[in-house]
Design a protein around this ligand. Structure first.
Ligand code: PLP
Length: 380
């Protein structure tokens, strides 16, 4: 099976797997236990914390280990609910992951404001600048890279705008981390990430809190993580996350994503020429090097394409992992101005660091085969 669904989850890197197995053997203790076996486990997760802080450019004490980005994102909004006055607005991009949007509406049912995005999928900076000049929210949340389209958001500019206005900025960097350099992300007030998108194990992630580690805990019942997150830490997972990020940052430093970017660009170009009626979503703006979101020809629905590709040995997606298989239109594409009919035609192909360039070509051939079987006329 050829795997084109890395935005949902990626296979574990061999070095991360080895680190996980080694840590599971070596660090059997509970990091909170008072004996030396516990202290060794505690030292190991603190070393990983220091390493992550170095990559992000922040104080290790501002990092909290979690079970993944969904938990981290819930923690941010829970903290805001506990600390902000009733009636305070929370601004977030209309294309945030559901674990940000749904949590925000739960805690701030009347005061969430959505920052619009352009047809390109990038957030409307004029809207933000204009609105920050008129009144301040308690939080601005904009993700670094969108999971459905791969569109990159100008998080550095937004961070500057927020800091100038004195508003905390929260960035969900789940799809960015391990694919683009982590450097500088640690300046965001809140930042979330999860290991399984970049070659680490599932079920482990982190939250970077505002400076001095300020955070009201969501999970209660233990003093772990500086009283900010109760529950025994996932020791092997944390160590493996740290190793996986090291590996990806080294690949980025060697510019290894360049060849992958080219392979994807060639795929897109050929796809548009051989399949009439296709459209690349977000084509006019900067996107992740691994993600292609396509509106397929009108002749058939997305699920048919997914099933037929699956039969031919390709795992692809219709959008975010969470909404795959559901019929509701993508909120991301809707925010970009696409109608329900168009959103029902979208497919997402997301490659990984280890995807050979030829596999984009193989995918193209499979799409052409399906096109022929669906009797969609090829371009002459
Ligand atoms: N944020 C973004 C942008 C995501 O793409 C995802 C998962 O796809 C999440 C948050 C949630 O991550 P997890 O399911 O690992 O908790």
């Amino acid at each position: 099976m050829i795997y084109f669904d890395h935005n949902a989850t990626a296979p574990m890197l061999p070095s991360a797997r080895d680190a996980w197995l080694d840590a599971a053997d070596r660090f059997i203790g509970n990091p909170s236990s008072p004996h030396r076996i516990g202290s060794r486990a505690e030292a190991a997760i603190n070393e990983a914390r220091q390493n992550l802080a170095q990559h992000l450019g922040c104080d290790p004490l501002d990092l909290v280990w979690t079970s993944g980005a969904t938990e981290s994102n819930n923690m941010v909004l829970h903290h805001c609910r506990q600390t902000l006055d009733t009636g305070t607005e929370i601004w977030m991009s209309a294309i945030e992951h559901p674990c940000v949007l749904e949590t925000a509406y739960r805690y701030f049912p009347k005061t969430v404001r959505l920052i619009p995005v352009a047809k390109s999928g990038a957030i409307d900076l004029d809207w933000l600048s204009d609105h920050l000049g008129r009144g301040l929210p308690g939080l601005v949340a904009v993700m670094a890279a969108n999971n459905e389209t791969g569109v990159l958001q100008p998080w550095e500019t937004i961070l500057q705008m927020c800091h100038q206005a004195g508003v905390p900025f929260f960035c969900d960097a789940v799809q960015w981390l391990g694919r683009l350099p982590a450097k500088g992300l640690g300046s965001c007030d809140f930042l979330s990430g999860g290991a399984h998108k970049f070659g680490g194990p599932k079920g482990v992630g982190f939250l970077k809190c505002p400076s001095r580690g300020m955070l009201t805990p969501l999970l209660l019942g233990g003093k772990q993580e500086g009283r900010r997150r109760a529950g025994t830490e996932n020791v092997p997972g944390i160590i493996s996350l740290s190793k996986a990020l090291d590996y990806r940052e080294e690949q980025l430093a060697r510019n290894e994503n360049q060849v992958l970017t080219t392979a994807k660009a060639e795929f897109e170009q050929t796809l548009l020429s051989v399949l009439p009626g296709t459209e690349i979503v977000g084509a006019s703006t900067e996107r992740l090097w691994n993600t292609v979101s396509v509106l397929m020809p009108e002749a058939d629905c997305q699920q048919r394409w997914v099933v037929k590709l699956d039969k031919l040995g390709f795992a692809v997606s219709t959008g975010s992992a969470c909404s795959s298989g559901q019929e509701t239109p993508s909120h991301v594409l809707s925010a970009m101005g696409y109608g329900a009919k168009e959103t029902s035609r979208v497919l997402r192909f997301s490659s990984g660091w280890e995807t050979p360039a030829e596999q984009w070509q193989d995918l193209l051939e499979a799409l052409k085969t399906i096109q022929a079987s669906l009797a969609i006329p090829p371009l002459t």
